[in-house]
Design a protein around this ligand. Structure first.
Ligand SMILES: Cc1cc2nc3c(=O)[nH]c(=O)nc-3n(C[C@H](O)[C@H](O)[C@H](O)COP(=O)(O)O)c2cc1C
Length: 194
């Protein structure tokens, strides 16, 4: 069954406005696709994952596994989830100009030569991921732009060989007097008709 991978980097859980927006988007995707095909949503909730950044020992283990062609090792679970998803939705608030560190650790684990991308003899890369569309859902406190996080995710999207990144961004939620409900509603409304 086709899979939508939902990478949930909304650390504040049920209090997260970004998660609320992400759930609206997933509902819209479900609504738009249900008539054509059934699909499952696989969620990776980063706030409850045991995320370990690469240290030298883990890096060496990873290289050994790759040299031995052991692409199914659990060390590559995130990379395989990204590689085989039919669509990817990432939801993350803006933290310190980009996104929470948990998401960086996820991408570090997911970016694996031989699984999510390949390197050609001339040094260029070729994406190996199945998905054609990736969504980046984000909110920020003070800005009105999509932020550095979206630019970084767009660079990874190219590395992975995914055709398009769609950014869903609601800004200025922590500004004095901001009508958070209205801003979220307007952002979600813009995405209707996916
Ligand atoms: C640790 C931390 C760092 C933040 N950094 C920024 C920032 O750099 N720029 C900004 O506009 N807002 C920043 N914010 C505000 C959040 O982006 C904003 O409140 C966002 O809507 C939170 O999303 P959430 O409700 O999904 O948790 C930060 C908030 C936290 C907790």
């Amino acid at each position: 069954m086709p899979t939508v991978l939902f990478v949930n980097a909304c650390i504040r859980g049920k209090d997260s406005r970004t998660l609320a927006l992400g759930e609206r988007l997933l509902a819209q995707i479900r609504e738009a696709n249900n008539k054509d095909m059934a699909f499952q949503i696989e969620e990776i909730r980063l706030s409850t994952e045991n995320l370990i950044p690469l240290n030298y020992e883990r890096l060496q283990r990873r290289e050994e596994l790759l040299a031995g062609g052991q692409y199914q090792d659990t060390m590559f679970d995130y990379a395989n989830a990204v590689a085989y998803a039919d669509m990817i939705v990432v939801a993350a608030p803006c933290w310190n100009m980009s996104f929470p560190a948990a998401l960086q650790i996820f991408f570090e684990a997911a970016s694996v030569e031989g699984i999510t991308y390949a390197r050609e003899a001339d040094g260029t890369t070729r994406g190996l991921c199945r998905a054609e569309n990736m969504y980046y859902v984000t909110t920020n406190g003070y800005g009105d732009t999509r932020g550095l996080g979206a630019d970084y995710v767009d660079a990874l999207r190219r590395l992975y060989g995914i055709r398009e990144l769609h950014v869903v961004s609601a800004g200025g939620l922590d500004m004095e007097g901001a009508d958070v409900r209205a801003i979220l509603e307007e952002t979600a409304f813009k995405r209707r008709g996916i």
